[in-house]
Design a binder for this molecule. Structure first.
Ligand code: NAD
Ligand code: IPM
Ligand code: MN
Length: 354
């Protein structure tokens, strides 16, 4: 199989972890006889510096000509005081909107070998295996009006039935293929948008009698997520709630650096990126955990290219290396061997090469 992949490394550790994902995909290409052609483009702070735009037209064109997008992360203190339309994060929001990447999958899985570093008790963290399905192109992030002055500020939380339905249908389909449990998270006791959200979930649920579903109010969901996380299978929620809950859930695995994500258009075209950001505090030191980015590459193979065996191989290699006792620097002082970003990547690559 031959595929063209747009590579947007972005800022900070985004560059380091994307290089790791490319190294792993190159290995998959050699082992399974696929050809990946990399087309690099600018996004975020680096793009602002070079072109004056967080998402230059050239990058959009490059992505349009590609079969999938691999992204690192954007942002950093250098651009934090920029006006909203010239912030690196705007580039990320624009690319999600431009390509209608409305369904964001964020799987959270506990690794037996890392249970000891979870801030939760081992007993609570073990067996965690859930997917957070986050609506990604609507809600507070995109509603108009949105502005502030010194006295007032406004953000708009707007959802149409169609926007809710497409992500909810995806979540029911996923739950059907998994353990058949769906949790829809909202704030229907207060928000009008959540009332519509709940109605749509009720309507879609009629088409999926085999899926057991439940509504949970977001504040209670935040509590339940760390009280008994292993009871969750699929969670579906709106944009902002999904952003917050996925960072919360990530620490069950011991580190935000472990979490991958896929942002999908309804026809399967996708952007793949780790859940974490550009981590300015550790950027440029070759110590970032590349696992979230590497597992995002596995999600790309599975979701966009249908390469199931190849995706499984990456996930198995990551698991093997973690179980062998290796980790990256955020896990220091737990008596395991700490590797740099590049050494961790090499271990996974060697494991894949067999
Ligand atoms: P962050 O995710 O970058 O970092 C949070 C903490 O987690 C930091 O202590 C960091 O060192 C650690 N961390 C994150 N990824 C890690 C990894 N792979 N290995 C080891 N440790 C890791 O969040 P932040 O500090 O709030 O944001 C920094 C910048 O990134 C901001 O500009 C923010 O807007 C941006 N951001 C971008 C994305 C994205 O591009 N998708 C996501 C989140 C934040
Ligand atoms: C994420 C990030 C982004 C978001 C920011 C950087 C715009 O936190 O991908 O989770 O809030 O969606
Ligand atoms: Mn986030």
């Amino acid at each position: 199989m031959k595929k063209q992949i747009a590579v947007l490394r972005g800022d900070g550790i985004g560059k380091e972890v994307t290089d790791a994902a490319i190294a792993v995909l190159e290995t998959i290409g050699r082992r399974f006889d696929h050809e990946f052609e990399w087309k690099h483009g600018l996004i975020g702070g680096g793009a602002i510096d070079e072109t004056g735009q967080p998402l230059p037209d050239e990058t959009i064109q490059l992505c349009e000509q590609s079969d999938a997008i691999l992204l690192g992360a954007v942002g950093g203190p250098k651009w934090d005081q920029n006006p909203s339309h010239l912030r690196p994060e705007k580039g990320l929001l624009q690319i999600r909107k431009h390509f209608e990447l409305s369904v964001n999958l964020r799987p959270v899985k506990a690794y037996q070998s890392l249970l000891a570093v979870s801030p939760l008790k081992e007993d609570v963290a073990k067996d965690v295996d859930m997917v957070i399905v986050r609506e990604l192109t609507g809600g507070l992030y995109f509603g108009e009006p949105s502005h502030h002055d010194d006295k007032n500020a406004v953000d708009t939380l707007l959802y149409s039935r169609e926007e809710i339905e497409r992500v909810v249908v995806h979540a029911f389909e996923l739950a059907k293929q998994r353990r058949g449990k769906l949790n829809s998270v909202d704030k229907a006791n207060v928000l009008e948008s959540s009332k519509l959200w709940r109605k749509v979930v009720e309507d879609v649920a009629k088409r999926y009698p085999e899926v057991e579903y439940e509504h949970t109010i977001v504040d209670a969901a935040a509590m339940k997520l760390i009280t008994y996380p292993s009871t969750f299978d699929v969670i579906v929620t709106e944009n902002m709630f999904g952003d917050i809950l996925s960072d919360e859930a990530s620490v069950i695995t011991g580190s935000l650096g472990m979490l991958p994500s896929a942002s999908l258009r309804v026809d399967g075209f996708g952007l793949y990126e780790p859940v974490h950001g550009s981590a300015p505090d550790i950027a440029g030191q070759n110590i970032a955990n590349p696992v979230g980015a590497i597992l995002s590459a596995a999600m790309m193979l599975r979701s966009s290219f249908g390469l199931f065996e190849e995706a499984d191989a990456i996930e198995a290699a990551v698991q093997k290396i973690l179980e062998a006792g290796y980790c990256t620097s955020e896990f220091k002082n737990i008596g395991r061997e700490v590797l740099s970003t590049t050494d961790m990547t090499e271990k996974i690559v060697n494991e894949l090469e067999g």
